[in-house]
Design a protein around this ligand. Sequence first.
Ligand SMILES: Nc1ncnc2c1ncn2[C@@H]1O[C@H](COP(=O)(O)OP(=O)(O)OP(=O)(O)O)[C@@H](O)[C@H]1O
Ligand SMILES: [Mg+2]
Length: 249
Amino acid sequence: MTILETHHLRKIYGAGETEVRALDGVDLSVEKGEFVAVVGTSGSGKSTLLHMLGGLDHPTSGTVTVDGRDLFSLKDEALTIFRRRKIGFVFQSYNLVPVLNVRENIVLPIQLDGGKPDESYVGEIIETLGLGSKLQNLPGNLSGGQQQRVAIARALVSKPAIILADEPTGNLDSVTSQDVMGLLKVTSEKFTQTIVMITHNEEIAQMADRIVRIEDGRIFPSGGTPGTVCAIPSPERNTPQSSSRDTRG
Ligand SMILES: Nc1ncnc2c1ncn2[C@@H]1O[C@H](COP(=O)(O)OP(=O)(O)OP(=O)(O)O)[C@@H](O)[C@H]1O
Ligand SMILES: [Mg+2]
């Protein structure tokens, strides 16, 4: 099942001499449960793509469909609600609320939405991410890796259709980065959670089910020919289990 799809996505900043084609016709399709890494050099358009996928910024043209909904057909308020329920974000800088403890940070998205946390699911997430002994700590008393694990738990808690992560290991040392990546991979498999992650670290990207490369605002599959703008997965990638094996390399 396709959970995320873009069609001829373009984002142009400026005009005339200063025009930048940050995204230049991106067609991308991601299946439910897939863990996709987007790699590319600085300025290639990675963050711009992620912002469009998350409905944080409007494209110049083209569409983004998440869980069957065309994001930019929604009015601002409806888009805000849709984003809160369906899209989880993980940023390089964690973005935890400093005055709330770990547990409060994790369940915050549910509370903001006026809902009640599914306690057994929250417990499962906390256990999977190894945060059980830190629930009363404030973020300031945690290591970077622990803070990022809290941010991942917070992104998972509302069972979003997709999690978007922009350089989630960018502030972490290489050992902690591997830990956090391992946990992202485990959560993707265990909760059939779709994740699209940006990184410029090739080693980190290798841990994903699939690598999509972006260059000058255009994407092509890993190992594909530059200029191929389509990264539609092959049918066998429909099952996340098989995709984690046949697309590495
Ligand atoms: N608000 C903006 N106004 C004008 N140009 C922008 C804006 N945001 C991004 N750009 C340009 O769009 C291009 C893509 O930027 P983007 O931030 O998506 O790159 P990136 O791949 O995330 O880079 P990095 O790895 O350095 O984070 C760059 O040339 C950048 O200068
Ligand atoms: Mg960026």
